[in-house]
Design a protein around this ligand. Sequence first.
Ligand SMILES: [Ca+2]
Ligand SMILES: [Ca+2]
Ligand SMILES: [Ca+2]
Ligand SMILES: [Ca+2]
Length: 118
Amino acid sequence: MKLAMTMATLSLALVLGLSSAAWAGPATDTDGDGVPDAADNCVFTPNPAQCDNGNTPGVGNTCDMDFNQDGTVSGLDVPGFGSGFGSPGPGDANCDGTVSGLDVPGFGARFGKVPGTL
Ligand SMILES: [Ca+2]
Ligand SMILES: [Ca+2]
Ligand SMILES: [Ca+2]
Ligand SMILES: [Ca+2]
């Protein structure tokens, strides 16, 4: 009798465990870039390549751009962005391997923002 109760309890726990796993469904991907939030270094900005060449540690280039690391992207970060032109670096917003004019919109989009935020 006691064994039967234990088996029933185990079965119930198994069923509950499986159903809660199914309930959770696929991992959340807020920006829809294919990288789940838990592993995404820019949760709110699509960056499937996840490049992170410096500035704020653990925050991808695409949503970083705080070259002087004062916590906000501003005009004070323009020299840092400009000095990286023509080479790989944290100003590579589009993750194509080089900082170029193609990254200017990505840099501009971060103005006034805190690295990693929306
Ligand atoms: Ca994502
Ligand atoms: Ca970074
Ligand atoms: Ca800054
Ligand atoms: Ca680039």
